[in-house]
Ligand binder design. Structure first.
Ligand SMILES: Cc1cc2nc3c(=O)[nH]c(=O)nc-3n(C[C@H](O)[C@H](O)[C@H](O)COP(=O)(O)OP(=O)(O)OC[C@H]3O[C@@H](n4cnc5c(N)ncnc54)[C@H](O)[C@@H]3O)c2cc1C
Length: 308
């Protein structure tokens, strides 16, 4: 079966859902697809405190509110995993894993986000989102006056460590190599009195019974010394993986797997737009994803109108 739309949006996180709201209000025939329940990374976020006007609420609650908003406006949604997008000029073809339907659209908005890389060690799944976090801007405030371990030594790890060290009593950094971030930031971090850095370490496990209580790690040097550090929380910064495999062939992704867009959220392929965390950007947050979604939908609607 083949179905046609003005705009197909791939991904129903905050970027995709905001794009859907703006696109349908621009009188477009819109379809939004997601392989999972709508909400994206918000669903795994314990508490959101920085979405303007929303106060403090759970990520799941914000996800439901956004999805209900799309449904009140009549956005069509389907559970589908997109595996391929081809550019046929004025028509794009969107192929899904499920296989029974092929979608064609005048424009496509890619809002598939990223997933934080994980270590894959014991205890990580148990304490994910209730002790282990991937976002200090989001969850750091919970650890005010407490002890925290940061895993990683790149730019995100170092920048977020400087922030966390300002609110935590003790901050320990455990990293596979030495600090690899911007040298100035590394110097700033090293000078902080409550920071200890353990370079060249492998994390072995996260421990705890009722709550996360510590991290065990081992030196990758010859001595292979094992250490255990107690903590109330862990922040992992070992990179992220862009969910862009489905559109790798379009030639719009950079070496990190993210989509390069201009300020109108246009990619180098006419009719293909990007929004949210999947794009090359500095601040990956709900509010910036929504902003991208609104801009992408506006640009996509203008593009569709230009084809008529
Ligand atoms: C632990 C954690 C806590 C956070 N806390 C906060 C916070 O408090 N405040 C804040 O502002 N930000 C927070 N963030 C960041 C915020 O969640 C993201 O910036 C935001 O969700 C990005 O939105 P997005 O729509 O671009 O992508 P996502 O939210 O990642 O959504 C992408 C969607 O695309 C779908 N998808 C991917 N590939 C495919 C495919 N091939 N086919 C179909 N669907 C696909 C996914 O299933 C997903 O639903 C947090 C992030 C994490 C990891």
């Amino acid at each position: 079966m083949e179905k046609t739309y003005d705009i197909v949006i791939v991904g129903a996180g905050p970027a995709g859902m905001t794009a859907a709201i703006y696109a349908i209000r621009a009188n477009m025939k819109v379809l939004m697809l997601d392989r999972l329940s709508p909400g994206g990374q918000m669903i795994n976020t314990n508490e959101v405190e920085n979405y303007t006007g929303a106060g403090k609420l759970s990520g799941a609650e914000l996800a439901i509110r956004m999805f209900e908003h799309t449904q009140e406006l009549g956005v069509e949604f389907d559970y589908k995993t997109v595996i391929d997008i081809t550019d046929g000029g004025p028509w794009k073809t969107i192929t899904c894993e499920e296989g029974n339907t092929v979608y064609r659209a005048r424009a496509v908005i890619l809002a598939t986000g990223t997933v934080p890389r994980r270590l894959g060690v014991p205890g990580e799944d148990t304490w994910a989102a209730s002790g282990i976090s991937w976002c200090a801007i989001c969850d750091g405030a919970q650890y005010c006056g407490k002890e925290v371990v940061v895993i990683g030594g790149g730019n995100s790890a170092v920048e977020e460590s400087i922030y966390l060290a300002g609110i935590c009593t003790r901050l320990t950094i455990v990293t596979m190599f030495d600090l690899t971030a911007d040298p100035k930031a590394c110097d700033q971090l090293r000078k902080l009195p409550n920071v200890t850095i353990y370079p060249y370490q492998d994390v072995l496990e996260f421990t705890g019974t009722d709550r996360l209580t510590g991290v065990r790690f081992r030196s990758t040097r010859e001595d292979a010394t094992e250490r255990y550090v107690t903590c109330d929380g862990v922040f992992e910064y070992i990179g992220f993986a862009a969910s862009s495999q489905a559109f790798a062939k379009l030639g719009i992704i950079d070496r990190t797997g993210c989509i390069q867009t201009d300020s109108h959220m246009r990619t180098s392929v006419p009719g293909i737009f990007g929004a949210g965390d999947i794009t090359v950007k500095h601040l990956r947050q709900i509010v910036t994803a929504c902003s991208d979604g609104a801009v992408a939908a506006n640009s996509a609607a203008n593009y569709v109108e230009s084809l008529r």
